[in-house]
Write a protein that binds this ligand. Structure first.
Ligand code: ADP
Ligand code: MG
Length: 396
């Protein structure tokens, strides 16, 4: 867990006194199933996890937002009233993008001093970026006295990330961080943004995340390529079936009818999305019925589809999935997040956890020479103000 005291100390070090400082948190997330479906208007099934971005914030009496990141040991700032040209590659973009989109939606924001720290690993597919955006977004809105619907905040953060970082991500990460709930998966319809909360029975099975520690270079550009490929496939299919607005609308039968109208590659991309939507709805049903055998089948099938049809897996992820398949007590494992590295997610029977972690770590080390990090996250609530905000600051 990120440490309140460390964030408050950082705030104190950079902005001197502590009067009126408030604390907010927003979680990262892990997606159980429904990968690369959000930007196709489809279904996703994430949970918010107990890795957080923690934000200490105080209003200023001008329009400057000053942010210090403990993780980066860096401070950045921008002026709400004076947009400048976007400089790609700067971490402050995630914050500036969110803030400017909130303004664009008609809300007003005050300037603020901010110190923040996150224990969501960056670039690991657990959504450090959305956790950062939502934590700062909720903090800024609250100190500005603005009431904002959390779905609107999620949309602002997503649009800001598009504009300011060029990553054309879907809406899943921001919605999970803003609207997660304890021991619940969020079945999100990414067209209507309706969310069905599905209670997860974690008494016998634990959620486990394995972090490969690798991120291959092509992650962002390949993500945007996949979006374009989906749009191309949709427009070809839409030519024959005019009611098709996105891949969400395509049935497997329709897809088979137009198979020879597109390249084999586009067909495979579309097949992943169409079948993944079915798997996600089926997995939500399996979770509801505590049918972990069914959930397990669906998670492995999702991984196969991401590896072969969507081509976003990585050798390290495949190694972890293949290894998990040989370990008793594992109920499903798949890559999670955008892919090309990052993490896998599994359900593991609690009395086999030790065996699972030992075997996964030792085989990963033997095959790749790398250490495997394993988390056993709690499933937690979405963004909120943290009550104990006036902890004593050391050395004051
Ligand atoms: P993911 O969201 O899967 O972790 P992204 O590439 O979308 O990966 O976002 C990671 C980026 O978000 C980092 O490279 C950094 O720019 C920014 N970021 C996330 N958390 C922090 C933080 N605590 N301090 C500064 N920048 C952060
Ligand atoms: Mg991200």
């Amino acid at each position: 867990m990120v440490n309140n005291e460390r964030v408050l100390n950082a705030f104190h070090a950079h902005y001197s006194h502590m009067d009126g400082v408030r604390l907010f948190r927003a979680p990262g997330r892990v997606n159980l199933i429904g990968e690369h479906t959000d930007y196709n208007d489809g279904f996703v099934l994430p949970v918010a996890i107990d890795l957080d971005t923690l934000v200490a914030i105080r209003p200023r009496n001008d329009s400057i937002i000053s942010v210090y990141s403990v993780n980066r040991s860096e401070r950045g700032e921008f002026d709400l009233e004076q947009p400048k040209e976007i400089e790609r590659g700067n971490w402050v973009n995630y914050i500036e993008g969110t803030a400017r989109r909130i303004l664009k939606k008609g809300h007003s924001l005050v300037g603020a001093d901010i110190a923040l720290e996150s224990d969501v690993p960056t670039g690991a597919g657990l959504s450090s970026s959305a956790s950062l955006e939502i934590a700062v977004g909720i903090a800024l809105l609250t100190i500005s006295g603005e009431q904002v619907d959390r779905k609107e905040l999620a949309r602002a953060a997503q649009e800001g990330e598009h504009e300011y970082t060029g990553a054309l991500i879907g809406i899943m990460d921001q919605l999970s961080s803003a609207l997660g709930d304890e021991n619940s998966a969020l079945l999100i319809d990414c067209r209507s943004l309706d969310i069905n909360y599905i209670w997860i029975d974690v008494t016998k099975h634990a959620l486990m995340i394995c972090n490969t520690g690798v991120k291959h270079d092509l992650a962002t550009s390949a993500y945007n390529d996949r979006r374009r490929e989906c749009a191309e496939a949709t427009s070809i299919i839409g030519h024959y079936y005019p009611n098709v607005i996105s891949l969400r609308d395509v049935t497997e039968t329709q897809l088979m009818h137009v198979r020879d109208k597109m390249s084999p590659m586009l067909f495979r991309r579309a097949r992943h999305v169409v079948t993944e939507n079915h798997r996600t709805l089926a997995a939500a049903e399996a979770l509801r019925n505590r049918n972990f055998d069914r959930l397990s089948e669906l998670m492995y099938a999702s991984h196969e589809s991401l590896k072969l049809d969507y081509e976003v897996s990585a050798p390290e992820l495949d190694l972890l999935v293949d290894t998990a398949l040989t370990i008793p007590g594992v109920y499903g494992t798949r890559m999670t997040g955008g892919g090309f590295g990052g993490c896998t997610v599994s359900f593991v029977v609690r009395d086999r956890l030790l065996d699972f972690t030992e075997r996964m770590k030792s085989i990963y080390k033997r095959e790749t020479g790398r250490n495997l990090e394993i988390y056993q996250p709690e499933i937690v609530r979405g963004a909120e103000e943290v009550a104990e905000r006036f902890m004593p600051v050391a050395n004051e």
